[in-house]
Design a protein around this ligand. Structure first.
Ligand code: C2E
Ligand code: MG
Ligand code: MG
Ligand code: MG
Length: 280
């Protein structure tokens, strides 16, 4: 807190605040170093096909294990990377890794990669995607990019053109965390969206909460009428699984099937039907 006192104005700082600022600066420099050294790992969470019970996809999720800090969750370092302009580099490292890993998976298994709204403002994104595909040799149809509604707000004309270009290459686009942002249904037909992922905050309240149940049913219906695939995220219980199966979501993801796992472990899940409670 700063006190202002006329000519003799002086400042008194809260030591806790200074410490916070110093911590933040230290973490920023650790993050910069991690980006330079490509110090990130990618883990994969299986995506199940509701009808067949098979694993037909996997979502790539970035992990930062910092030597001094241990595991730093994405919710902490992704926003920082976005602010510092580092997310584009992290994003392309994750994309390249994910495509290379997916090249050793069965053809029926797609890989999805999260794309930050900041990356959608970078005109080099289509080229980054092309390079990752060429380098790995996977077909474009096996790659999905997960974007959020926030990315479509604001500068939407440029984002729209870029997404059309990427979608034109055959890469799928999904709308992640659906229902939590400034959902405008007009996005769904203006943008080339192939899939909606129902945010896990709705799934978490199934099957008992009538509001969440109605929302999930409505989104599933929307998927049918707009010819989009629907993934329910964050399935943790058998009751949630049953609800989703009954209400026509094409895909499911959640701890009930598997936590995100390293590449070496995910390959085992491709053969088994509906793996449940696989190790974290
Ligand atoms: P998201 O894309 O919605 O990813 C799903 C998150 O939910 C993951 O957290 C996953 O571990 C977690 N999750 C999956 N199943 C369950 C479940 O049954 N219950 C609960 N409680 N959680 C579940 P994670 O890995 O911590 O990632 C958090 C967010 O960070 C992601 O949300 C995504 O927005 C962002 N993120 C992760 N990796 C990347 C990346 O490579 N690039 C970008 N731009 N963002 C990323
Ligand atoms: Mg996602
Ligand atoms: Mg999500
Ligand atoms: Mg989420």
């Amino acid at each position: 807190t700063a006190k202002r006192g006329g000519r003799n104005r002086h400042f008194t700082f809260d030591p806790a605040l200074i410490e916070q600022l110093e911590d933040r600066r230290a973490m920023e420099s650790d993050l910069r170093r991690a980006v330079m050294r490509e110090d990130f790992a990618v883990v994969y969470q299986p995506v199940m096909d509701t009808a067949s019970g098979e694993c037909t996809g996997a979502e790539a999720l970035v992990r930062w294990n910092c030597s001094d800090r241990g595991d730093v969750p994405p919710s902490k370092f992704i926003p920082m990377a976005e602010e510092l302009g580092l997310i584009t580099r992290i994003g392309s490292q994750v994309l390249r890794r994910a495509c290379i890993d997916a090249a050793s998976w069965p053809d029926k298994v797609a890989v999805s990669v999260n794309v930050s709204p900041v990356q959608l403002m970078d005109p080099r994104l289509p080229q980054t995607v092309t390079q990752a595909l060429e380098e790995s040799g996977i077909t474009p149809a096996r790659l999905e990019l997960e974007i959020t509604e926030t990315a479509l707000l604001g500068n939407d004309e440029e984002a729209l053109q870029m997404l059309k270009q990427i979608s034109g290459m055959g890469v799928r686009i999904s709308l992640d965390d659906f229902g939590t942002g400034y959902s405008s249904l007009s996005y769904l037909h203006r943008f080339p969206i192939d899939r909606i992922k129902i945010d896990r905050s709705f799934v978490a309240q199934l099957p008992d909460d009538p509001g969440s149940a109605s929302i999930v049913r409505a989104i599933a219906q929307l998927g049918v009428s707009l010819d989009m695939r629907i993934t329910a995220e964050g399935i943790e219980t058998a009751a949630q699984h049953d609800f989703i199966t009954k209400h026509g979501c094409s895909n499911m993801q959640g701890y009930l099937f598997s936590h995100p796992v390293p590449h070496t472990q995910i390959c085992a899940l491709f053969d088994s039907k509906a793996p449940r409670n696989a190790a974290a």
